[in-house]
Design a protein around this ligand. Structure first.
Ligand SMILES: Nc1ncnc2c1ncn2[C@@H]1O[C@H](COP(=O)(O)OP(=O)(O)O)[C@@H](O)[C@H]1O
Ligand SMILES: [Mg+2]
Length: 356
């Protein structure tokens, strides 16, 4: 089939972009309470006072980032004429994982471009100068990925009026942050509990109305995808499946999305983040079994792996641990500044990391 044939059929999609994980819906059903809680932490800033800090936690793909971004968007789009000027700052700490990188990013967001040759302290002075004339909301997403927490200390001590939002999939992370910082920040806690079956179905049905032209989905096809999303517990997986099924139907020039198209999408999901264990490489499976048998420091686990005849280098071993974490098979937790410097603890995902 040539490209010409493709343009002939009408698309099943109305707004395919709305299936992107980054796409922000206008509101988040079933997260009203959390939305409210986050907004409440910021409210004092609107009255010219300092705000409250907050740690937002819950499993991946259940609306934490979306809820925070919605509150931030409201703040930017509906400035109250009487409200003081508030800077809205969002940093993804997966990408910016050191105090220096975070400060450089904040400078850029604040419109300050001359960051070359400046050290961390210089950058913070710039931030302080700009923000202390007004106030700011800082959102640090995936905050458990940071290598150091100096930025929290600096912001807490030297920015006058602020709300610090910390978002994480691993609430245990915060209990390991330096006591001096914890005793100052005293964040409120907002928990995101997993969605119920009905909630997941509701969210996906609602998204379909945005994404597809009317009456394209056969109920039984949608049910297959809802079921899989419930097992995965991650709305992102559902959105990905909706798109893949739509594309599979278009490939066959079908006017409706049928169970066979949903099945195709499900079969492809193994290439996505939620891999079945069978899809893992042999050596990665060996490492998974090792972690299942025993939690511990990554260095210690590597020793056991070698004793049992494993031949991969330490770097490769680390990479496989990362793959297993991304696939949701195991959990890891970084512990900063202990006697041995930063160490990573690794555990089977059904075991708690709290003991470390
Ligand atoms: N209640 C909801 N209503 C509509 N979409 C949602 C809802 N919860 C999550 N989503 C969507 O699911 C995807 C994953 O949510 P996200 O906020 O990125 O998860 P998290 O940050 O918790 O990992 C996003 O595309 C988001 O828009
Ligand atoms: Mg997120």
């Amino acid at each position: 089939m040539g490209l010409k044939d493709l343009s002939a059929g009408e698309s099943l999609f109305k707004n395919e972009d709305s299936l992107d994980p980054e796409w922000l819906p206008k509101n988040l059903p079933f997260r009203e309470e959390q939305h409210h809680g986050i907004a409440n932490c910021i409210k004092p800033l609107l009255q010219g006072r300092t705000g409250r800090n907050c740690i937002i936690s819950g499993a991946p793909g259940i609306g934490k980032t979306a809820a925070v971004k919605l509150v931030l968007k409201e703040l930017e789009e509906n400035p109250d004429v009487n409200a003081p000027d508030i800077e809205v700052l969002y940093v993804n700490c997966w990408q910016k994982n050191t105090t220096y990188k975070i400060f450089a990013d904040l400078c850029e967001q604040l419109g300050y471009k001359f960051i070359q040759n400046k050290n961390t302290e210089d950058l913070f002075k710039i931030i302080q100068n700009i923000i202390n004339k007004k106030s700011a909301v800082f959102a640090f997403d995936e905050v458990d990925k940071v290598e150091d927490v100096d930025f929290l200390y600096h912001i807490f001590t030297d920015i006058l009026k602020k709300t610090i939002l910390m978002i994480t999939n691993h609430p245990q992370w915060y209990s390991l942050v330096d006591e001096r910082i914890r005793s100052r920040l005293m964040p409120e806690k907002i928990d995101f509990q997993p969605y119920s079956t009905e909630e997941i179905a509701g969210i996906l049905r609602h998204r379909i109305e945005f994404a597809f032209s009317p009456n394209r989905w056969e109920d039984s096809a949608l049910n297959l995808i809802v079921d899989k999303t419930i097992t995965a517990g991650d709305i992102r997986a559902g959105l990905h499946l909706l798109r893949e099924a739509g594309l599979a139907a278009e490939d066959q020039s079908s006017r409706k999305i049928l169970p066979e198209h949903a099945e195709k999408a499900l079969a492809k999901l193994s290439d996505f983040s939620i891999k079945p264990a069978e899809a893992l490489g042999e050596d990665t499976k060996v490492i998974l079994n090792l972690v299942k048998a025993q939690s511990g420091r990554i260095g210690d686990l590597f020793k056991i792996y070698q004793e049992q005849g494993g031949t991969a280098t330490y770097k490769t071993f680390q990479r496989r641990i990362e793959t297993l974490e991304k696939g949701g098979f195991i959990e890891t937790k970084k512990i900063m500044g202990g006697k041995e410097g930063t160490t990573t603890f690794v555990a089977d995902k059904n075991k708690s990391l709290d003991e470390f």
